[in-house]
Design a binder for this molecule. Structure first.
Ligand SMILES: *Cc1c(COP(=O)(O)O)cnc(C)c1O
Length: 383
């Protein structure tokens, strides 16, 4: 089976994890701190907090800005449900703003339209690795006194105007995912980067039950064993086992991105004569680390629809994916009052999108097999 994505773990990475298992720490320990330091170094952020996954990272980020019932947060409907769910966890409300057709990222002009007095934050999602137009979003946030939490789950390694995503040059926080299919993996895992010390300290506290052992931060001490729970926090920690894998993977991130770019360039070349196929645009102001390779297929002049195409590819042992079903069309979100037709660009995009195989270890033979299969299906079905 050829799939759209696949993790890339070397025997060397595996050996490091094996060694970590015999170390003094299994849960949060020195490897966690080292991973955080390396994430800071890579992104240019002052602080990094690693978490059990990006969903808990998003939840902590929402708590760090004191999000609460009555507040509103704006994000894109074309994202994984975690982006908007994190807002709902705090009992705040979610608002969506429609996307740009060219790159499937949130459209800053659409953000402006849904801002109200209750709006507290924007969560731009750097879709497929392509950064959103952060300068425009930053200006909107400044004018309206809003926080920006970048959902950079796809975008570790991407740059915006020459700066690495995660440096938080024009945001309050950025969150990353180290889930198996993302740019690098720690099995499950996430991180938040920020340049704000107050936010950082809050994140650290909430990641571990709201408990501090720092004598400087406690109201009193009763002895060396003493700790204080000061907020209602969670256990959202990453283990040292996972952090060890994360550190090994981070070293290879740039190599992974380069390989993916090479593969993507070949696809663009192979499909250049197919007017039905378009690639998501990589804007001049940025470079993508290509979490996904997404093509849009215009089915208007084809005898098959996307479902049929998807199934025919499955018959040929090619297992692709769709990123994403627009969040506002999920039954849970429909119960909140969203309905079909609310975000036409997102819905149109959903009808056309297809994530095709893109991962560093993709064999050229497999890539060619896929290209031949898709090309044939399109040629056969032209009207
Ligand atoms: C994967 C993903 C998440 C959640 O990541 P987990 O680490 O699986 O919790 C959040 N946002 C986006 C855009 C994602 O793709």
């Amino acid at each position: 089976m050829i799939s759209y994505s696949k993790q890339n773990i070397s025997w060397f990475d595996a050996f490091k994890v094996f060694r970590a298992l015999k170390g003094a720490y299994l849960t949060q320990g020195p490897a966690t701190l080292e991973f955080e330091k390396k994430i800071c170094h890579y992104t240019g952020a002052k602080y990094a907090v690693v978490t059990s996954n990006a969903t808990t990272a998003l939840h902590l980020a929402m708590l760090a800005i004191n999000l609460n019932e009555g507040d509103e947060v704006i994000t894109s409907p074309i994202t994984f449900v975690a982006s908007s769910n994190s807002v709902l966890y705090t009992r705040a409300s979610i608002k969506f703003a429609d996307i740009n057709t060219s790159n499937a990222c949130i459209n800053p002009d659409e953000i402006k339209k849904v801002i109200t007095k209750k709006t507290k934050a924007i969560i731009p999602v750097h879709f497929a690795g392509q950064p959103c137009d952060m300068d425009k979003i930053f200006n909107i946030a400044q004018e309206n006194k809003l926080y920006i939490v970048e959902d950079a789950a796809h975008a570790l390694g991407s740059t915006y105007k020459g700066r690495k995503i995660g440096g938080c040059h024009n945001s309050d926080m950025a969150i990353f995912s180290f889930h198996a299919v993302k740019n690098i993996t720690s099995g499950e895992g996430g991180a938040i980067t920020t340049n704000n010390q107050e936010i950082y300290e809050k994140l650290i506290l909430l990641r571990s039950h709201g408990i501090t052992k720092d004598p400087q931060k406690m109201s009193k001490t009763e002895g060396p064993w003493y700790y204080e729970m000061q907020e209602l926090g969670f256990n959202y920690r990453l283990t040292d086992i996972q952090a060890t894998l994360g550190i090994a993977q981070l070293k290879k991130l740039d190599i992974f991105s380069r390989k993916k770019r090479e593969i993507l360039t070949k696809y663009k070349n192979d499909f250049q004569d197919f007017e039905e196929i378009t690639f998501l645009k990589e804007e001049e102001y940025s470079s993508s680390s290509f979490h996904l390779c997404i093509i849009k297929i215009n089915f208007k002049n084809l005898k098959i629809n996307r479902k049929q195409l998807f199934e025919k590819l499955l018959e040929k042992n090619i297992s692709l994916q769709i990123h994403y079903i627009p969040v506002h069309l999920q039954p849970y979100y429909q119960k909140l009052g969203f309905k079909k037709g609310d975000f036409p660009k997102a819905e149109e995009y959903y009808e056309q999108c297809l994530s095709i195989p893109l991962y560093p270890s993709l064999k050229e033979n497999d890539r060619k097999y896929f290209v031949a299969a898709l090309s044939q299906l399109i040629k056969e079905n032209k009207i």
